[in-house]
Design a protein around this ligand. Structure first.
Ligand SMILES: Cc1ncc(COP(=O)(O)O)c(C=O)c1O
Length: 332
């Protein structure tokens, strides 16, 4: 029988789709790694399950225990799945920036949700990461700590990287993704470079985040931006800059337009970080073409789906309120 023991076995092995319409005329093969097709709806299912299994092996998590995590939502969903299957309690701490859809979703999945004020400095006790750390310490809970936990990187090194390698039969030339914790780029990027040192790893960064400025050694102050889950005001420990070859900045307007475009042209319904990464992939293809390169295989990692953004980027009044004017081809 083709029956899984639990839904956890459905994590990973996501499809890779050629973006022949979205990427038309770019002179390169744009390939999307569809991480939004994981059972919990995002790439974070991979790391949540891996971090929990590893913590159990080390005796950091015991039966009936409590998990605490600071999350933009998706890691929380992955952890909620692990908590349900393995009998743990889960508390998630999120910044007020995240969509209400994600808050409702996490509550529906059985997690306790704590919201911290938006825009707090990284050394402020009310910053969502610091609050999660304090709650874990107070409650004697296990902090999964995706920003520092090496098992986050390891999940991508053991799963995401090899899948991309196999799906492209080793012909991948460029990996492009965003960085929240950095796990995707550091883990999958390291694996692919070990297999093929010429692979280039490209960081997608929302305008307002400082990651690309730090990488490019340019001047840039942190500013608010709308794209969720990637970028930030610091480089997380799990984002290994030595693995990155280039960084591309993308505005909210471009990112959101590209998310609409992906649905209109490829029937891929995705979130804002996917739009941002797809827009960066287009921009990087143009850069490569200017340098005279042609026909490279560019793999863009699309982290999550559009349903978590129905009250934000897929809501007309929200777009108006935030002054986002979609590019014309995005609304055709
Ligand atoms: C929506 C979304 N996209 C992308 C990412 C980035 O992935 P990573 O943490 O592996 O850098 C995250 C997580 O932080 C996310 O929530």
């Amino acid at each position: 029988m083709q029956v899984l023991d639990s839904i956890a076995e459905a994590i990973g092995h996501t499809p890779m789709v050629k973006l022949s319409r979205f990427g038309k005329g770019l002179g390169h093969n744009l390939l999307a790694k569809c991480e939004f097709l994981n059972p919990g709806g995002s790439i974070k299912d991979r790391i949540a399950w891996h971090m929990v299994c590893k913590a159990e092996e080390r005796g950091q998590l015991r039966p009936g225990g409590m998990i605490v995590e600071a999350t933009a939502g998706n890691t929380g969903v992955g952890l909620a799945m692990a908590a349900a299957l393995k009998g743990y309690k889960l508390t998630t701490v999120m910044s007020a920036k995240v969509s209400q859809d994600k808050v409702k979703l996490l509550k529906a999945l059985g997690a306790q949700v704590i919201i911290t004020p938006m825009g707090k400095a990284t050394d402020d006790p009310d910053h969502f990461i610091n609050r999660a750390r304090a709650i874990a310490a107070e409650q004697g809970a296990w902090l999964s700590d995706q920003f520092n936990n090496q098992d986050n990187i390891e999940a991508h090194y053991q799963l995401t990287g090899p899948e991309i390698w196999e799906q492209t039969e080793g012909t991948v030339d460029v990996l492009i993704a965003g960085a929240g914790t950095g796990g995707t780029l550091s883990g999958a990027g390291k694996y692919l470079k070990e297999r093929k040192p010429s692979v280039r790893v490209v960081l997608t960064d929302p305008v307002g985040s400082v990651q690309s400025h730090i990488f490019n050694e340019t001047q840039g102050n942190p500013a608010a931006y709308l794209v969720e889950g990637i970028g930030g005001e610091i480089i997380a420990n799990n984002l290994h800059l030595d693995i990155i070859d280039a960084a591309i900045s993308i505005s909210d307007q471009e990112a959101i337009s590209a998310a609409y475009d992906l649905m209109r042209s490829e029937a891929l319904f995705v979130g804002s970080s996917s739009g941002c990464i797809a827009a960066a992939a287009v921009s990087y293809c143009r850069r490569l073409s200017l340098d005279g390169e042609r026909n490279l295989n560019i793999v863009a990692v699309l982290p999550d789906g559009g349903r978590a953004y129905m009250s934000t980027i897929y809501d007309d009044s929200w777009l108006n309120e935030k002054n986002i004017n979609l590019r014309e081809n995005a609304i055709r």
